[in-house]
Design a protein around this ligand. Structure first.
Ligand code: SF4
Length: 303
């Protein structure tokens, strides 16, 4: 059944990103706080945004911004990129990072970023095609609301190697994924499937781990892992995302009863205090006003 929208109504697309789908699978209560609940003060997008974000999230965002700055500078230099050009881009990006709000985090990641860009990147033969490129893949129409469905995603780096296109995702984490995790992680295969659907013939991809764990040898803090993704894996990863998209749409349309998934993630959850207050039935509206801001990240708009 399609419910006809009022004449002239603007139907905002339903946008379910990879991270939003992962959040839904991790904990529905957290998903509700992060992606559905509207802040009482002038919400811009669905979701509450903590005033003080978790250190891991802030470090990751800051690291991505430095990489984006450096990669954009290298892209403007003639290919093959010289080590001197890479070094200048890396150093400029680090200097720039000290002018940014989270500049105090730069010392924790600058050593590994410099090592990767100056000593590893120039040896890879990666020609940069795009940096932090955002894509929107239309994936049909929701039969009930008539709203278009879209898969939004942003690729950290699109590169060419020997005439073939690959994608790269930066990870700022204590440790690199083990091979077993790389073999099941759906992010890069899902992006490859979506890019192919957009007509961009991506062959495969890499994770670039810039490890945040303190280590003696900087060489150990940089790990580049290739993703082996055949057509079946790419299709399955993409189909799983479509299936989760449908689950979210049905759940959001329903009574949105939230279930808590208490596990190790709760230790790092930005909403754990809020979660406890509301679980025991107390009013958390003041806490939401004091400790959270109207959301301004993500791809969604208020319907
Ligand atoms: S604290 Fe745990 S149960 Fe509560 S919202 Fe966060 S992840 Fe979910």
């Amino acid at each position: 059944m399609t419910l006809a929208p009022p004449e002239g109504a603007v139907l905002l697309p339903i946008k379910i990103s990879y991270s939003k789908a992962q959040a839904f699978k991790t904990c529905k209560q957290k998903f509700y706080y992060a992606h559905v609940e509207l802040h009482p003060d002038n919400p811009k997008k669905p979701g509450l945004m903590p005033k003080v974000k978790s250190p891991a999230l802030t470090l990751g965002s800051h690291g991505h911004a430095i990489m984006e700055h450096a990669m954009n500078a290298i892209k403007e230099t003639p290919f093959p990129y010289t080590q001197e050009a890479c070094q200048k881009a890396a150093q400029d990006a680090i200097v720039w990072s000290f002018t940014q709000p989270d500049s105090d985090l730069t010392p924790k990641i600058m050593k590994q970023i410099l090592h990767f860009i100056v000593n590893v990147f120039p040896t890879k033969g990666w020609q940069i095609l795009a940096v932090e490129e955002q894509y929107m893949l239309p994936i049909g129409t929701d039969k009930v609301s008539g709203r278009p469905k879209v898969y939004p995603f942003t690729v950290d780096l699109v590169i060419m190697i020997d005439g073939q296109i690959y994608i790269v995702d930066w990870k700022f984490a204590a440790d690199a994924y083990k091979q077993e995790r790389i073999d099941i992680e759906p992010q890069i295969p899902g992006y490859i499937g979506a890019m192919r659907a957009l007509g961009i013939n991506v062959v495969s991809g890499f994770y670039g781990f810039l490890r945040t764990r303190d280590m003696k040898n900087v060489e150990d803090q940089v790990v580049v892992s290739a993703v082996v993704a055949n057509d079946i894996r790419i299709k399955r990863s993409f189909m799983e995302h479509l299936a989760t998209t449908e689950e979210i749409i049905v759940w959001e349309r329903g009574n949105q009863f939230t279930t808590r998934n208490t596990n190790n993630n709760c230790n790092y959850c930005d909403f754990n205090v809020l979660c406890g207050i509301e679980l025991r039935g107390d009013d958390a509206s003041l806490k939401k006003k004091i400790d959270f801001l109207p959301n301004d990240y993500g791809y969604e708009e208020i319907a």
